[in-house]
Design a protein around this ligand. Sequence first.
Ligand code: SF4
Length: 417
Amino acid sequence: MVLPKYDVVLTTDRSMMSNYHGKEFLGFVTTGPLFITVGPFKKLGEWIHEYIAMPKMKVDKYGRPYQAPYGMRKIEAALLDAGINAAIIDPDHVHKYIPNARILMLSHHDYFGLNPPSSTWSAIVGREPLNAYSFRRFMMRIRPYIMDAKSRNGLKVVVGGPAAWQWLYLPELMDFFGIDTVFDGEGEKLVVDFVKRILNNEPVPRYVYVGVNDAPSIDEIPIIKYPAVNGFVEIGRGGCPRGCAFCPVTIRPLRWYPLEKIEEELKLHIKYGVVHGLIHAEDVPLYGSTGVELNPDKLIKLHQLVKRYYLTMAWSHTTLASVLTAEKKYNKLATKIAEIIEDEHQEWWGGAQVGLETGSRRLAKAIMPGKAAPFKIEDWWDVVEEALGVMHDIKLIPANGDYRITWGRRRTTLWRR
Ligand code: SF4
């Protein structure tokens, strides 16, 4: 079979290139430490962990994945829109494309397991997380192909994605794996010019940081061309009016997609047979708003739109304060949204990350005074308890450890101790 040739090949390892059995949040299991690392059961433990956490992605006859991480799909779309010959290739097939590629672009959520929760768990048990292990093993496998292509045709290797910064702390690995540039930040606006420079044999910097002024506007963010993992669709990008001191989201501008643009990506997924999906923003209930007050009209229309296309849907993130605001201050808006989402295809939705962060009111006031807004941060305990009570009632399941709290709304007193 003759393979197509791509000037730009985008890829990542299996911990990213998986649909996690159709359950997005099962992907978190890749951040856990390897089940067993010694003795005769090492291979078995590895196999079980990988089977649960990162099953192989379906690919076409050329090794192009059926679904791929959303951020990579955006970069692929920006390059394709600019007429650049680019494709995302599954990690099991990428070695066949490296010899003819001009640029290999890697992306990852957590290349070396340095982000939480990977770093948290591995520090506790002293074992490498699966995602870091998987990436290391992948890189060792393709390294000979990279080095050969670099010496034969000057292949350039670029690392990006949310964890691009991690390479800056490991310069010896950049040399070992032949990495030419670390591309750090939202790429849609700058990546085309950057790639064209390489294709024109012009020099490019070893480190590119995309600052606020180069973050793409909504109009500059392209529509993805092929499905994202588990029907993921972005409804808003960056920014958060709550301004928690520890949060990198706050250094980027907040941008909401218009419904028409969201609908184009919903249609695209349906075209490819993806009928279950996840909408993403840092705080989904804030869709279409300018501060921490909600925009009920837009929020209702958003959910009606998504449910017109997807049989089942989920939220990626919400704050507890937004859920409570919707229910208490906007005439049971959270319940109204639940009535749109819950139907014969789904009885509940989730698992949204709620970001509890701390049970200490003193700490909350110091580091995240806007987290409870429009309620007072001094009432953080009550906001958490009441919001989780609302979530329990409307069957919105949180994704992280807070799930224990929702088992009984009155059990929230437990975490105060
Ligand atoms: S509420 Fe969440 S997204 Fe917003 S600033 Fe705080 S941690 Fe970041």
